[in-house]
Each structure stands twice: as structure tokens, then as C-alpha cells.
Design a protein around this ligand. Structure first.
Ligand SMILES: CC(C)(COP(=O)(O)OP(=O)(O)OC[C@H]1O[C@@H](n2cnc3c(N)ncnc32)[C@H](O)[C@@H]1OP(=O)(O)O)[C@@H](O)C(=O)NCCC(=O)NCCS
Length: 125
């Protein structure tokens, strides 16, 4: 997961889903629109005490549901938690099929020439 500035988070706050257990915040995830037909899962992460209980899956399902509601046919992520996404119906793809991502974010990323994150995609159409 990449660090995000407070300013960037404030701008995107309405795109976030949060999870609570017993009224306590345990995790979140967000959607970021990359183009007319593509949205990215960003900032999906749980506090240690929230992990391994299906909460991540619930957050991801909510984000997928929201992408469907907006009629966006493709949802992607760059991740190290590849199996988590595979278990939720995503497939591994080449990063290069997302020029929208490469030319907006990756060009400004310190790791751009040594990116070891895996691209995953789920088609919703
Ligand atoms: C990845 C993360 C959101 C998963 O949330 P979670 O609630 O623990 O996951 P779930 O309980 O819904 O697990 C669903 C499945 O994904 C697998 N999984 C969970 N975390 C995983 C990980 N980090 N890597 C690979 N697979 C993982 C689980 O084993 C589980 O499989 P099972 O159904 O066969 O048992 C959480 O571990 C996390 O916050 N990780 C740190 C931040 C991160 O890596 N975010 C992803 C950045 S894109």
C-alpha cells in the first residue's frame, strides 16, 4: 500500500468504505477513477486485529458493488496481496494494459523502474 498525503485523502474521502467491529474502526478501502471504463482499488488495509476475519473481503465486495453501481466495467489494483484478490475473482494481468495508471501515478512513483507490485483485474461486464 502506498502512502497518501492528508490532502490527497481529504480530496478522496467520499470514495472510501470503512469497516468497524463493535463501533471501532478496523480498516478501509477506496475506489479511484482512472478513466471512463476503469477504476482502481486503493488503500485497502486493516488494522492487525481486524485481519483474517473476512473483513477485507467485505470491503472489497463493497467496492466492487460500488463500481458496478457506477457501471464501470473494469476494476484493477496493484498489490502484493495477490492471493487475496485472486480469491475475490480478480486475475493477474500485465501492468502495461493500464496506460491510465502508468501515465498518471507510476510516472511519479519512486519505484517506477523497479515496480514489484502485481497488477490484478476483475471485469464486471
Ligand atoms: C490484504 C488484506 C486487506 C486482507 O484482509 P483480510 O480481512 O485479512 O482478508 P480475508 O479474511 O477477507 O481473506 C480472504 C482470503 O484472502 C487471503 N489473504 C488475506 N490476506 C492476504 C495477503 N496479505 N496475501 C495473500 N492472501 C491473503 C486469506 O488467506 C483468505 O483466503 P481463504 O479464504 O482461503 O482463507 C489485509 O491482510 C491487509 O490489510 N493487509 C495489509 C495491507 C495490504 O497488503 N493491502 C493490500 C494492498 S493493495
Amino acid at each position: 500500500m502506498l502512502p497518501r498525503s492528508r490532502q490527497a485523502l481529504t480530496r478522496q474521502i467520499d470514495q472510501f468504505v470503512i469497516a468497524e467491529i463493535g463501533g471501532t474502526f478496523v480498516g478501509c478501502g477506496s475506489l479511484f477513477r482512472l478513466g471512463n471504463d476503469l477504476v482502481e482499488v486503493r488503500s485497502i488495509g486493516l488494522r492487525e486485529e481486524g485481519k483474517g476475519k473476512g473483513v477485507g473481503t467485505m470491503i472489497l465486495e463493497k467496492l466492487v458493488e460500488e463500481a458496478r453501481r457506477q457501471r464501470i466495467p473494469k476494476i484493477m489494483a496493484l498489490t502484493y496481496a495477490t492471493d487475496f484478490f485472486l480469491k475475490n475473482g480478480f486475475a493477474v494481468v500485465e501492468k502495461e494494459i493500464f496506460p491510465e495508471k502508468v501515465w498518471t501515478d507510476c510516472v511519479n512513483c519512486k519505484k517506477q523502474h523497479a515496480c514489484d507490485e502485481i497488477a490484478v483485474l476483475k471485469r464486471l461486464d
